[in-house]
Write a protein that binds this ligand. Sequence first.
Ligand code: IPM
Ligand code: MN
Length: 350
Amino acid sequence: MYKIAVIPGDGTGPEVVAEGLKVLAAAGKKFGFQYQTKIFDFGGERFLKTGKTLEESDLEELKKYSAIFLGAIGHPEVKPGILETGILLKLRFSLDQYINLRPIKLYNSDFCPLKDKAPEDIDFVVVRENSEGLYKGMGEFQNKGSQDEVAIQISYNTRKGVERCIRYAFEYCRKRNKRKKLTLCGKTNVLTFAWDLWERTFHEVAKEFPDITIDYAHVDATTMWFVKNPEWFDVIVTDNMFGDIITDLGAMIQGGMGIAAGGNINPAGVSMFEPIGGSAPKYTGKNVINPLAAICAVGMMLENLGEDKAAAAIESAVIKIVGRKLKSLAAGKMGFSTGQIGDLVVDNLV
Ligand code: IPM
Ligand code: MN
């Protein structure tokens, strides 16, 4: 019996989570796994009412769950940064979800903005470090508000943090068993402390994985290759900030935010799965947002729980309807409502 903590969150989060749960229920019935869910109301509305983001006791409670399914965090009436750091990043950090796993997979070339790229050309995974780097929140102001102001934001990289991320990426690449190629995406030519550590660690860990081909690309070049030759990639490992940036580009070449899902993974603890698109306030309550990213996040969650058949069935159903039915993956242009897309996935679960 799995215990799933559900955080619908803000904006269109609750709408896409509802469709994810619809598909989860159908998959449970079909593949014979049992689960219970509990809804947690963390998000902008609760913050506006109570001033609370996430308490220690909330985190303790969440540690009892098998997995977390998150909709979106971000509210137009709350100053940017409060909910992101107080809820989303706090969850990632406190639960030590040190990997952010973001598959970039094109399901239908019609939805790819790149010319002449087919699904077989865009099929790779970004392993983003999720607990350190520039996201650590270290730094300071000097002479704040004056003409001599200095703002310092530190990228914090520990050998242990870098090594566990890189080792995870190698293992993931081996298990994925596609091209068996791992690319380190960094900036060794300018950021000579952080990327020296990353590069040294990468080469040391690589010795344990002689079956994996290694490669390196600077982050700026990586964005170029995403557009020009995405077929070169199999698995990419990178730091928190670069991973954040390149996965938005990745989402675009796989068809947009409507389809992009990610997992915040603690291999020894509680992991959290989310559509990466955000709360999309302008589409809230209109039943037009694409729930496929949230549905794919449920698929990733089930794979992580060991329900491989159910996960594969969800992916096949998504591929089927993206290939044959939808006019577009963008909110409001799909030719179907949010709820109808959830139903289509359920109908195609075999
Ligand atoms: C993401 C988001 C978050 C991040 C924001 C909302 C804090 O952009 O999941 O990629 O920067 O990690
Ligand atoms: Mn992002």
